[in-house]
Ligand binder design. Structure first.
Ligand code: SAM
Ligand code: DTB
Ligand code: SF4
Length: 323
């Protein structure tokens, strides 16, 4: 598939039914369309972040209602991971509000990765920018995925974040890939970007070589006190289009319907699954905001005839399992 952003813009411009039909056809060629993977998130260090990402509740620069929380004790993390596993999650993702981890912090996170891995869960962390050698240490501890989002187009990034650059994000993604970790990389829709920005953003993701195994697409959750708290809401069908285009340009990646589900009616989520989303966050919290509770999602899956992907399933599709 071409990563040229003009070709990607042409996909966005297709009639909605043509775009969805194409995306769903690609989806079926690579995945069971009735299976969805579930990951659970835990914020292991909350708030007080030095960065100024305009959407984020955890920046120290904005007056949000978040309570700061230092790095959680290992036992609390293990208990949360066990609870996530008992509810049916296959991956446990630990997020920290850092620009990047200090070596001492990384040692603590490594203990967490080992302990979560020992519960027979896939492991993911999102810790900010990594320095030389840090990704290798995480890999050696048994980490499966590192999440680091590009979040939007290069052109729009400077309107949202001023404390680091797009190329800093790309450098960390290169380190993660070179260490042999699976890459989880996506972004946020509804930050005042244009359709052209959404196309350019997807071109960046699809142009990573190889494309990320996991692509979280978040709908902005508006946080009072942040610069983006009153940006106009993105039209929901444009979010569905973005999922469909992501599916077409990254046919073997898991596309995750991420933040924003709490604000989405079930029929909109159903359309996102049809468009090619095949992964969600499971459990009633994201990092600092609410997510639908497990009972709600169970009822939604039952209604749609969707089965969760079980813990034993190979979650990287066969087409790229050697990568
Ligand atoms: N500090 C690390 C970093 O920036 O990479 C890790 C944590 S950060 C909270 C992880 C991702 O969460 C961001 O890149 C962004 O995509 C997403 N996110 C944060 N706040 C959000 C919001 N209000 N709405 C939607 N997504 C959000
Ligand atoms: C991602 O793309 N979305 C998740 C995960 N990666 C780390 C985080 C969503 C956070 C939503 C806002 C909050 O709960 O603070
Ligand atoms: Fe900090 Fe990450 Fe939030 Fe940016 S997105 S302010 S780096 S926690």
């Amino acid at each position: 598939m071409s990563h040229d952003h003009n070709a990607i813009e042409a996909l966005f411009a297709l009639p909605f039914n043509d775009l969805l039909f194409r995306a769903h056809t690609v989806h079926r060629a690579h995945f069971d369309p009735n299976r969805v993977q579930r990951s659970t998130l835990l914020s292991i260090k909350t708030g007080g972040c030095s960065e100024d990402c305009g959407y984020c509740s955890q920046s120290a620069r904005f007056d949000t209602s978040i309570e700061r929380q230092p790095l959680l004790p290992l036992d609390d993390v293990v208990a949360a991971a066990q609870a996530a596993k008992d509810r049916g999650a296959t991956r446990f993702c630990m997020g920290a509000a850092w620009r990047g981890p200090k070596d001492k912090d990384l040692d603590s996170v490594i203990e967490m990765v080992r302990a979560v891995k020992a519960l027979d869960l896939e492991t993911c962390v999102t810790l900010g920018q990594l320095r030389e050698g840090q990704a290798e240490k995480l890999k050696a501890a048994g980490l499966d995925y590192y999440n680091h989002n590009l979040d939007t187009s290069r052109a729009h990034y400077g309107n949202i974040v001023h404390t680091h650059e797009y190329d800093d994000r790309l450098n960390t993604l290169r380190r993660v890939r070179d260490a042999g970790l699976h890459v989880c990389c996506g972004g946020i829709m509804g930050m005042g970007e244009s359709r052209q920005d959404r196309a350019a953003f997807l071109a960046e993701l699809a142009g990573l070589d190889p494309a990320p195994e996991s692509v979280p697409l978040n709908m902005l959750v508006k946080i009072p006190g942040t610069p983006l708290s009153d940006v106009p809401v993105l039209e929901p069908l444009e979010f569905v289009r973005t999922i469909a285009v992501a599916r077409i340009v990254m046919p073997t990646s898991y596309v995750r319907l991420s933040a924003g589900r709490q604000q989405m009616p079930d029929h909109l989520q159903a359309l996102c699954f049809f468009a090619g989303a095949n992964s969600i966050f499971h459990g009633d919290r994201l990092l600092t905001t609410a997510n639908p509770d497990a009972d709600h999602d169970q009822a939604l899956f039952a209604n749609l005839g969707i089965q969760p992907i079980s813990g034993d399933a190979q979650t990287v599709p066969k087409a790229r399992a050697s990568g």
